[in-house]
Design a protein around this ligand. Sequence first.
Ligand SMILES: [Cu+2]
Length: 163
Amino acid sequence: MFCNGDNRPPNCGKDCQCVHTVDIPLNAIVEVVLVDEVQSPNLSHPFHLHGYSFHVVGIGRSPDQNVKKINLKHALDLDRKGLLHRHFKLPPLKDTIAVPNNGYVILRFRADNPGFWLFHCHFLFHIVIGMNLVFHVGTQHDLPPVPEGFPKCGDHLPPIMFL
Ligand SMILES: [Cu+2]
């Protein structure tokens, strides 16, 4: 079952388990804003993207000293006020970035590599509780053809022996 923040499978229930996918058109410019809403002291989630390097155009904590804990709503409010700054002069190119504890990070990349790409926190104990999703870039039509002789499901099963 596939899902995302706006769509859950019907009758999936409270503990819904589904593959979180975000569909992205091929060659789109993608901006991702990660916000650390559930702060643990001294823990910054190292987010890793497969298939791409991304530009880190923004990183930081809330400039509002009265805000003790950042959340998505606060980050969006800051962005509407122009207070989530983006730096476009030589932004570092990375495939992993630590989201600052009680902070945010803003990434951008051009989606020019079609396929299904995992985007996840690199702590295994966070992967298993769902801190990951799949960027689905392009369509099946955009994928290169499968090489001739490429193994298929079942190719590596041992032969059934008849006595
Ligand atoms: Cu994490």
